[in-house]
Design a binder for this molecule. Structure first.
Ligand code: HEM
Length: 119
């Protein structure tokens, strides 16, 4: 059952912040800043999409390249994780906090080094 989104005032929320606003609203997400993939997985282990996740925005200005971008991201990520194991760089200091980063139209974590080990 989809909960209707509460109205957002045009005066207070710039369109660039719509996604960040909705994606971080505790009314829709328990602990919104936490990385919890289990939010989208049901008890049978199946992926359950949410209409509150809008990486490509919504409305008249939504992304025209969404279908292409979804295919590209899927093919790129799957081919990378099939061939490589990603590990923290043993020579680097510690990994940055996953909850710390820069917020703009998306959330960008701070840079860190890692090692891609061929499988
Ligand atoms: C993961 C990749 C992508 C993401 C997350 C993304 C996200 C977005 C978002 C949030 C907007 C709305 C911006 C706004 O409200 O002003 C947008 C607009 C747009 N995107 Fe994407 N995009 C992606 C890839 C692409 C690709 C691959 C193309 C084209 C090949 C594309 C073409 C466009 C165009 C033309 C618009 C403007 C739509 C309009 O204002 O009428 N995007 N995108």
């Amino acid at each position: 059952m989809v909960k209707p989104a509460k109205p957002i005032s045009n005066k207070n929320i710039a369109k660039e912040t719509l996604q960040q606003y909705l994606h971080n609203d505790p009314e829709y997400w328990e602990e919104p800043a936490k990385f919890k993939p289990e939010r989208f997985i049901n008890e049978k282990g199946e992926f359950v999409p949410s209409s509150y996740v809008i990486p490509f925005s919504v409305g008249p200005c939504h992304c025209l390249g969404e279908q292409l971008a979804r295919m590209e991201v899927f093919l790129f990520l799957v081919s990378m994780v099939q061939k490589f194991e990603f590990l923290p760089d043993p020579e680097a200091k510690e990994l940055p906090d996953i909850d710390d980063g820069v917020s703009s139209t998306g959330f960008i974590p701070h840079s860190f080094r890692l090692v891609a080990k061929q499988m």
